[in-house]
Design a protein around this ligand. Sequence first.
Ligand SMILES: Cc1cc2nc3c(=O)[nH]c(=O)nc-3n(C[C@H](O)[C@H](O)[C@H](O)COP(=O)(O)OP(=O)(O)OC[C@H]3O[C@@H](n4cnc5c(N)ncnc54)[C@H](O)[C@@H]3O)c2cc1C
Length: 365
Amino acid sequence: MRVVIAGGGYAGLTAAIYLRRHTPQSHVILIDPKPFFLKKTYLHKTVHLPLSYFCLPYAEIARKFGFLFFKEEIDLRADKMEYILEKNSIPLSFGELSFDFLVLTTGSKPYLPFPVEGQRFVTLREVENGNISTIIKSLLPGSVITLIGGGATSLQFLGELLFVYGKKFHYRLISDQDQLLYPLPDFFHTYAQAFLEKNSVEYLMASKVTRVQDKRIWVTNQRDSEIKVHDSDLTLIFTGLKAHPKCFEADVFGRLLYNKKFYPHIFVAGDCSLYPGGNNTLSAQAAVRKGKKVAQNIMHHMRGEKLEPYTYEELGYFVSLGFLQAVGYLFDKRFFLSGPLAYFIKEIAEAQFDLFLKGWDVFIT
Ligand SMILES: Cc1cc2nc3c(=O)[nH]c(=O)nc-3n(C[C@H](O)[C@H](O)[C@H](O)COP(=O)(O)OP(=O)(O)OC[C@H]3O[C@@H](n4cnc5c(N)ncnc54)[C@H](O)[C@@H]3O)c2cc1C
């Protein structure tokens, strides 16, 4: 049986490794346009560490676990998707690749809700290209760094910047929400706000950015509709992620529902998928669990067994705010943790995937 996996992020790699481990007779092919797996959950650390620290060549992982890797981008635009679903075959640069099972794990891309022009901004796209540390090192002391977005990505980058560069720069954080880290419980906001105050970060809440052009940012205060233009030497735009190329709907077993049709041999997992139950957040922990469930269900399908529904619920959530600083909860949202303990729990949670790539499956569920 040939299983083709489109996208080698947390979901795709989990599915590929799990399938090879538990069905040695299966023929697994992973396809990704990049030559290496990028540990996205560590991206904020590229503020001061080289991107290469967080990359692992697919060729190496494929050799270790016994699957094939093709460096290709699969065209998943609507007409091409129809062809793939109808023919059970994917057109690639070297010819057609047929499959018995297909797993779509193409992840997410940064979402930019306003026009952006010029050279003085960075999105996750530039971060993924490894450019951020060079850009920051080129800034003069006293430069203004603006972070747009009050979510986990913005705060993790800010925490890392403060840890490495201290007060060398002036930091500004703009969020269109009243609360930081919305919709997480209130204590995330309270802790993060105190962290901003302690570090003299200029915080504009309920403020909607409408345009970024070179060193200027247009901001509308959502309370009084006043528009202000702020100067910024570097703007980091972390306004969220959206499923790429689209959000694929699935049934409770992870099987694709596309244009009102159901495909029992095509599965979806990770940030690009929406299941009717369980945790659907755009997170590595959900991506890993969906990838594992999909692999298990492909194995059940091969053996003619009953499939298992995806029911994973988040075990916890942690946001780091620089070295030894973090906030989060474990198992129960009423018990919040902060400081070095929260930081270590987050590090351990992330190390689980590193161990998985070394051959140990230490995930709790
Ligand atoms: C800075 C940052 C910090 C984060 N921290 C955490 C955290 O602490 N905890 C947590 O749980 N989550 C965290 N996340 C979220 C987490 O990284 C994502 O939810 C996770 O990467 C999703 O995994 P995925 O496999 O669905 O997609 P991705 O990891 O995005 O992988 C998708 C893969 O598909 C490939 N692809 C795309 N299109 C195609 C195509 N057409 N053909 C073939 N391949 C294709 C891409 O190249 C990519 O390799 C963080 C994200 C960021 C950006």
